[in-house]
Design a protein around this ligand. Sequence first.
Ligand SMILES: [Zn+2]
Ligand SMILES: [Zn+2]
Length: 195
Amino acid sequence: MILNNANQEQFAHWLTECVKEMAQTLREKFKKTNIQTKLQSLHVNPQNELFNTLIGCGKQCPFCKAPCEAGAKAHTEHFASLHRPDGLGRRIWIETQKRCIDICSSSVVSDISFRCSDTNDQSHPYKRYKEKYPDWKTPPDASLQASDYWKYVLTKFNDEFAAAYDAKPADIPEAWELITPEQAEASLKESFHIK
Ligand SMILES: [Zn+2]
Ligand SMILES: [Zn+2]
């Protein structure tokens, strides 16, 4: 009601002045505020939120142990976009006891079988993995290869992994030996869309 009779120009002038002052005061206040104190007084804890988003449901691919990325906790099928060479998930060739370097998306279109405690040590075709792991979704794709990162890791620590898993080192393709740490890092960035 007061504003009905107010001089609009004058009102606008003083309002602008007020806001300018307010902006300045807030700027000063934020400069003095310690970021740690600020984080502590938030309603949500950013690091917990980030952690929960990243860790997902916590399940790992039954073959290569890549973490599920299906997002949030409630989903009916677990999914990983980046499978690792299976030897990293303790898979070994039964005949040779050597660790396996195939990745899951290729294995599930192959004619090879796996066996482990989940199959009662009976041979089970990879193609029918769903019978054993109905809640995992691994789209078959024979063209997919392990990322340069995992190839590098498996090549560099082949003997260490073998010792830790009590198996023989994997047969590493020659091309894998040529991957440089820089290429491994670049592949990691590419996989996680970090430019
Ligand atoms: Zn996998
Ligand atoms: Zn999951």
